[in-house]
Write a protein that binds this ligand. Sequence first.
Ligand SMILES: Nc1ncnc2c1ncn2[C@@H]1O[C@H](COP(=O)(O)OP(=O)(O)OP(=O)(O)O)[C@@H](O)[C@H]1O
Length: 285
Amino acid sequence: MSELLLDADEVVVDYPVKGFRKEPFRALKGVSLDIRPGETVGLVGESGSGKTTLGRAVLGLAPVTGGAIRYKGRDISRLGRKDRRALSSEIQVVFQDPYTSLNPSLTIEQILVEPLTVRKVPAKEASKRVRDLLDQVGLPASAAGRLPREFSGGQRQRIAIARALALEPRLIVCDEPVSALDLSTQARVLDLFKDIQDRTGVAYLFVSHDLAVVRHLSHRVAVMYHGEIVEWGSGDQVTAHPEHPYTQRLFLAAPVPDPDRQEQRRADRERLLAAHAEQNLQAGV
Ligand SMILES: Nc1ncnc2c1ncn2[C@@H]1O[C@H](COP(=O)(O)OP(=O)(O)OP(=O)(O)O)[C@@H](O)[C@H]1O
C-alpha cells in the first residue's frame, strides 16, 4: 500500500459567479490529500465545507483552477472529454440518491450492461457479468429484468454500486452514499462497501457529513472546514486527538451508544463552546 493511487496537491476550485465583475467563489482553497491502493479515505465536514466539490474535482466535474490531482502519477485535473471518458474504467462514482441516479425506464440489466457495451464487451460475456455483479451486491439474478422502481432504497443503492463496479475501477468516489437510507439499511450497505473492498482491493474516497459512518469505514480521515482540510490522519488519530476547534466540536457532537459517555461528551461540548464564546468575546468577533 505504499504507492499512491490518488494525490491531490494544493487543489483550488473557483466557481464562476453570475453577474458583472463578480469575483468567483473559492470553494477549495488549496486542498491536499492522498489515497493509497485499496484504502478508504473518509472526508467529513459540515454542509458547504467543500467535500462534494473535492469529489467532483477528482471526477473532472468541478473547475480546478490551481494545484494538481494526480492519478497513478498523472495529472488528471484538466483532462479533455476523451481522456476523461477513458478514465471511467479506473475511477467511478456512487451518488447519494439512489432514487434519481438510476434511469427509471431501463431494466437493471440494461443499466448494468451500458458501461460494458461502451467498452465493447461482447453481449454474452456482458450478460454473464451482470449476473456476477448482482451476486456481488447481494441481489438475485432475477433482479436483472426488473425496473428500478420495483426496488427499495437500499436495493437501489446496491444496483448503483453494481453499476460502479461494472468496469472494475480502482477508485470509487462515494458521495454521501448512505445518507438517504434508514439506519439499519445504512449499516448493511456500509458492510457491502467493506466487503467489496476486501474482495476487489478497490479504494474509496468516502464523502459524508456523518462522522459515525466515516469512522466505521475509513483507514484515514480528512476533516474539511470552509474549503480547507483542517485535520488529516488515521481514524484513531483524528478521533483521539482532534486538533482543530471545529473537529473537536464535530467529535463531541457525534452520538455515542453509552449514555454516561454521551453525558460526558455533552458536558465537554458545552464547556468547549463556552470557552470559544469567551475567546470570541475577548477578540471582539
Ligand atoms: N456549481 C456551483 N457554483 C457555485 N458555487 C457552488 C457550486 N457548487 C457548490 N458551490 C458552493 O461551494 C461550497 C462547497 O459546496 P460543496 O457542495 O462542495 O460542500 P459540501 O461540504 O459537499 O456540502 P453538502 O454536504 O451540503 O453537499 C458551498 O458554499 C456551495 O454553495
